[in-house]
Ligand binder design. Structure first.
Ligand code: FE
Ligand code: ZN
Length: 508
């Protein structure tokens, strides 16, 4: 099928962009070219990555895309060839430590008492983190603030229970173990603070600098989230790679078989150009952050979108792939919301009853969701990402296109599911194990199906993307995934490179 100039312009407009006159001139020249559609799609993708406020597609941007694609074409030879050298990572000893396994505690009895203990634990852990900041280490309780005279300044730590927004004011109901109060943020007084307060969710812990007003009213001067500290980025001494993947969704009609099989071949050093083969040779770890299979009955009318309707068969096919991962590599697996395990977080490991074939296929490590591991001294927080949906829906200025920004929000909150009682269900436990107590060097998640990476205060943030192209369900939700694009983390340089296993398919 020929992709016309008209279709190209429509695609750009539909994506919400305008076309610069000079860019249109260039498209007129290009539209007979073989890969015209790919150029358009890729330019739109690049524009989205750049800046949320960007509205115009320029000639420059198209030219950059052209350059990138020619380079990729030259370097991407996805022809299968035999492995020619001994992989570098084979002789590097494994250095892995399980720091925190999300499957550890399942002592929930579901009593009301647990609920109170849970919030007490959340409060204590997060207030301790806020107190690690120099400017908040002597912060007080609400009662202290309320005893102060009208107009006096106070510094406290409290949990937000409700947010009410008016045009000019914003009210946060706050509480601690003994008291409640109302924190008022005035737009006129500090616009930046007002915008920041708009992004605060119920159940979050905050540090507050305020002036005591009338009764239980406090007027905000400064609000801080627990956040992660500035620090030096950690790097491993060995030039070893970890590939970060998630959301394989085996069993779905839109599972990208060709791309995933290419990934397996690549791990075996059998596809790719020189640079890519080198990257495979240095790969020692395969970290999978959940949604291994599409599951059954996960969303309404899912059966229409399944090519394998039986969950056992789905895991069986996955096992056939897992088996082919070279034996010197360490494979770590945590579950996601599509896997055959309870939904409430933290999730235990995928039970053997369902996933026996993967346990038999080869030596793997399965952990709960979330879990923390250390490889070559690099601390990695693995989390599937169910709550990212909630965060994106509830916090202003976040979008499905930038899941890394939503992950950054979780880091700032130091909690993987800041709002209790949102769509993400949390297991009733005595302890809150979703507090991000230790600051990770790498924060890996998936679930959104959009591969993105960024750095926030020395923490590498990676959303793994997916191996499933757009489903009918996602189309209805307006989600545009980036299947077959996989982040590779170099533990020595701490750089993340995206490898595109869909390139050949995009061309045809
Ligand atoms: Fe998924
Ligand atoms: Zn998911």
């Amino acid at each position: 099928m020929i992709y016309s100039l008209k279709e190209a312009v429509e695609e750009i407009t539909l994506a919400g962009y305008q076309l610069e006159a000079e860019a249109f001139e260039l498209l007129k020249i290009l539209h007979h070219e073989e890969h015209f559609k790919l150029v358009i799609v890729e330019t739109i993708n690049q524009a989205r990555k750049k800046d949320l406020k960007l509205l115009i597609i320029t000639r420059d941007m198209i030219e950059t895309t052209l350059e990138k694609l020619t380079q990729e074409k030259e370097t991407t030879e996805m022809k299968i060839h035999p492995r020619t050298t001994i992989p570098f990572a084979r002789d590097i000893p494994t250095e892995i430590e399980i720091l925190q396994d999300g499957s550890e505690e399942t002592d929930s009895s579901g009593k009301i008492d647990d609920f109170n203990n849970y919030f007490k634990d959340r409060f204590q852990k997060l207030s301790k983190i806020i107190r690690e900041r120099l400017d908040f280490n002597s912060a007080k309780e609400i009662s202290y603030a309320l005893e102060k005279k009208y107009g006096e300044k106070v510094k406290i730590i409290a949990m937000v229970t409700r947010r009410r927004e008016r045009t000019e004011h914003l009210f946060l109901d706050i509480e601690d173990f003994e008291n409640t109060a109302t924190l008022m943020v005035i737009r006129e007084k500090n616009k930046e603070l007002f915008e920041m307060a708009r992004r605060i969710l119920p159940d979050q812990l905050i540090g507050i600098e305020a002036i005591h007003g009338k009764g239980d009213l406090l007027i905000a001067e400064q609000i801080v989230l627990p956040d992660v500290p500035e620090r030096k980025q950690k790097k491993a001494k060995d030039p070893i790679n970890a590939v970060l993947l998630s959301d394989i969704h085996i069993g779905s009609t839109t599972f990208c078989t060709d791309a995933f099989e290419k990934l397996i071949l690549w791990l075996n050093g059998k596809v790719g150009n020189k640079k890519q083969i080198e990257a495979a040779s240095r790969t020692k770890y395969v970290l999978i952050a959940g949604d291994l299979v599409d599951g059954v009955g996960v969303f309404p009318r899912q059966e229409k979108e399944l090519s394998i309707p039986d969950i056992y068969q789905q895991y069986k096919l996955l096992a056939q792939y897992i088996e082919q991962i070279p034996d010197y590599m360490e494979v770590v697996i945590i579950p996601g919301n599509h896997d055959a395990v309870r939904q409430a977080l933290p999730q235990p490991i995928i039970p053997k009853d369902f996933a026996e074939p993967i346990y038999e296929a080869r030596n793997i490590r399965t952990l709960g969701n979330p879990s923390e591991i250390s490889i070559h001294g690099i601390h990695i927080l693995m989390y599937h990402g169910r709550s990212l949906d909630d965060i994106i829906a509830r916090v202003p200025n976040l979008s499905m296109k930038t899941p890394d920004k939503a992950m950054e929000y979780l880091l700032k909150s130091r909690h993987l599911a800041p709002e209790y009682g949102a769509r993400t269900s949390l297991a009733p436990e005595r302890r809150d194990r979703l507090v991000i107590t230790n600051v990770p060097d790498v924060f890996q998640a998936g679930h959104i199906h959009v591969a993105q990476n960024s750095v926030y205060k020395s923490t590498i943030i990676v959303n793994c993307g997916a191996w499933q192209s757009q489903t009918e369900f996602q189309k209805r939700m307006g989600l545009d995934p980036t299947p077959g694009i996989m982040p590779i983390l170099n533990l020595q340089t701490m750089e993340v490179n995206m490898m595109n296993f869909m390139y050949n398919e995009a061309l045809s």
